[in-house]
Design a protein around this ligand. Structure first.
Ligand SMILES: Cc1ncc(C[n+]2csc(CCOP(=O)(O)OP(=O)(O)O)c2C)c(N)n1
Ligand SMILES: [Mg+2]
Length: 410
């Protein structure tokens, strides 16, 4: 009796302390704040390179020398990074609206707040490098070459969607982009397999296999780590740590929240994932490392999502409004690069206004086109299409019931 009472008391105190709302934002060793950058002389030519020094707390390396904090960029590259992040955000804001208008149905996971990861990564690699991620995939699909129209049309279940309207939010694919995967963690070994294919084919391309903090404790993640190290596969295991897996804080699900150290025998790097330049520098370094025969890396991108886990989660029951607004105000990736570029006189307010105008015009037009694009015909042919790669279908396939058979060649 006593024992069970004290057990209950201990559990109650655990529960009440874990329910306590966070009023201060917990410190993370690598800071996601973007203050402390330094810039060299900025040339007038928009394609001329100049030096930038990232802030001191940008990286934390595990069993490896971190990348240099010095990097080179151009005005046009910085402009493109800003524009891409702003475009991804506007596209997802449109998805948010369409979902609330009940035009998008089913699952929908937005990456608003996390844009710097998809954008910085793409700027460090080529279209022949490979990416695979979980369900929070719209930004990656866009950066891998998917049009806004095809992504929004996919969300709306339209024929012109990037997966012909059959995949929805979680299942988008493009060249060298393997989705969009809804089963938590399952994409990690698949990514190791894609990377193995690169090695097998003798291609000097890396593969980013991305997953969330909520997937990081799965057995299959560690099985993939083991095989990748055993065979020195050119893969970067990239954990997007946005502090929560659904509504569970990372420190309530992971005994060690330093996800870049979770590869044990694989070197790791933690990166400020709210700084698009840091992400680019880190991914370029990771590509160089993994494609030079040294084997895999584990990377952790410290980031934050502003919205809930999915559209059905308001996102305010397991974290405080103060925390969300602190990240929005102090660490927003888009606002911080904008402030920096103004401060360095790389760009003017007028130039930003012009980019913002263009982004609004382009995204709004493509969203409207997606909304007015046709739904798939209600026929069996459409239903059975794309089960096999087009052109490789067998003569017939079993239907939805034992009595039904579908003949492709009819
Ligand atoms: C195998 C499996 N288990 C559980 C789920 C339900 N589920 C969907 S997302 C999620 C949490 C994932 O969190 P995280 O990896 O941190 O990604 P984030 O949503 O933060 O981007 C869970 C448990 C699932 N989709 N697949
Ligand atoms: Mg998470």
């Amino acid at each position: 009796m006593l024992a069970s009472q004290s057990r209950r008391a201990a559990l109650a105190s655990l529960r009440s302390s874990s329910r306590k709302p966070l009023t201060v934002v917990p410190l993370r060793t690598v800071t996601t704040e973007a203050a402390g950058w330094k810039v060299g002389n900025v040339p007038a030519d928009p394609d001329a390179k100049f030096n930038i020094k990232l802030q001191d707390e940008t990286f934390d390396a595990y069993n490896i020398e971190p990348p240099s904090l010095e990097m080179q960029t151009t005005k046009n590259e910085l402009k493109a990074m800003y524009k891409d992040m702003a475009s991804v955000r506007r596209m997802e804001m449109a998805a948010d609206r369409l979902y609330k208008e009940r035009k998008i149905r089913g699952f929908c996971h937005l990456s608003i707040g996390q844009e710097a990861v998809a954008v910085g990564m793409e700027k460090a690699i080529t279209p022949d490098d490979q990416i695979i991620t979980a369900y929070r995939c719209h930004g990656f699909a866009y950066m891998r070459g998917g049009s806004v129209k095809s992504i929004i049309a996919e969300l709306l279940g339209r024929r012109e969607g990037i997966a012909y309207g059959k995949g929805g939010s979680m299942h988008m694919f493009a060249k060298s982009f393997y989705g969009g995967n809804g089963i938590v963690g399952a994409q990690v070994p698949v990514g190791a397999g894609v990377a193995f294919a690169m090695k097998y084919l003798g291609r000097k391309n890396t593969t980013f296999a991305l997953y969330g903090d909520g997937a990081a404790n799965q057995g299959q993640v560690f099985e993939a780590f083991n095989m990748a190290k055993l065979w020195d596969i050119p893969v970067v295991f990239g954990c997007e740590n946005n502090k929560y897996g659904m509504g569970t804080a990372a420190n309530r699900s992971s005994a060690l929240t330093e996800y870049h150290k979770r590869g044990q025998y694989i070197p790791g790097l933690k990166v400020n994932g709210m700084d698009v330049l840091a992400v680019k520098a880190a991914c370029a370094w990771a590509k160089e490392y993994t494609t030079s025969g040294k084997g895999p890396l584990v990377m952790e991108f410290l980031t934050y999502r502003y919205g809930g886990h999915s559209m059905s989660d308001p996102g305010t029951t397991y974290r405080t409004r103060e925390e969300i607004s602190w990240f929005r105000t102090n660490q927003d990736a888009i606002q911080s690069i904008r402030n920096r570029l103004l401060e360095w006189q790389v760009m003017t307010e007028d130039e930003f206004r012009e980019i913002d105008r263009q982004v609004k015009e382009d995204i709004d037009r493509e969203v409207a086109e997606a909304e007015s694009s046709p739904v798939p015909d209600n026929t069996a042919r459409i239903l059975y299409e794309d089960i096999y790669t087009r052109g490789s279908e067998p003569d017939w396939i079993r239907g939805r019931t034992a009595e039904e058979t579908f003949y492709y060649k009819e």
